[in-house]
Design a protein around this ligand. Structure first.
Ligand SMILES: [Zn+2]
Ligand SMILES: [Zn+2]
Ligand SMILES: [Zn+2]
Length: 158
């Protein structure tokens, strides 16, 4: 799979290329995610509200779903936490998530372009995506609490 160039296209142009109507809501959602990747739907809603005023949470969810279905956004669903959205699509990159603060960063495939799309045994499936999430603690959280166990997330520390 060829890697998409990161030359930013105008959001309105992206919508037109996919045959989508250009609306203020869609533009605001695209901008919110472009400015700050890996946002949750709630965070996107907040950001869109500051830009275009009142919009229902459901409307934002609908826009996120449409943009994801048309390949303009990618949805990442980490286990046990809300979905996040980003506009870096089509390159099968992976993610690192901090168990302590939930910070999420992009990480390229371990070796080369997309080696993980070649499964050891694909069982005849036509594979188009490998969803890989690395869990751990980010440097800031390690510095703040060195030596803390990293095996399990502590949701309710006692
Ligand atoms: Zn952290
Ligand atoms: Zn990403
Ligand atoms: Zn990979």
């Amino acid at each position: 799979m060829a890697r998409l160039s990161r030359v930013p296209a105008a959001p309105s142009e992206l919508l037109r290329q996919r045959g989508l109507r250009v609306t203020a809501q869609r533009l605001a959602v695209l901008r919110a995610v472009a400015d700050d990747p890996h946002l949750t739907a709630d965070a996107v809603t907040e950001s869109v509200r500051t830009e275009i005023g009142s919009i229902s949470r459901q409307a934002v969810y609908d826009v996120l779903t449409t943009l994801t279905e048309h390949g303009l956004l990618r949805r990442i669903q980490p286990a046990g936490s809300p979905a996040r959205y980003e506009d870096r699509v089509g390159d099968n990159h992976h993610h690192l998530i901090c168990r302590a603060c939930n910070r999420m960063v992009d990480v390229d495939c371990a070796v080369g372009a997309t080696p993980c799309l070649t499964a050891g045994d694909g069982f005849g499936y036509e594979i188009d995506e490998a969803e890989v999430i690395y869990w751990g603690r980010c440097p800031a959280c390690v510095a703040a609490a060195p030596g803390r166990a990293t095996r399990r997330p502590e949701r309710n520390p006692t």
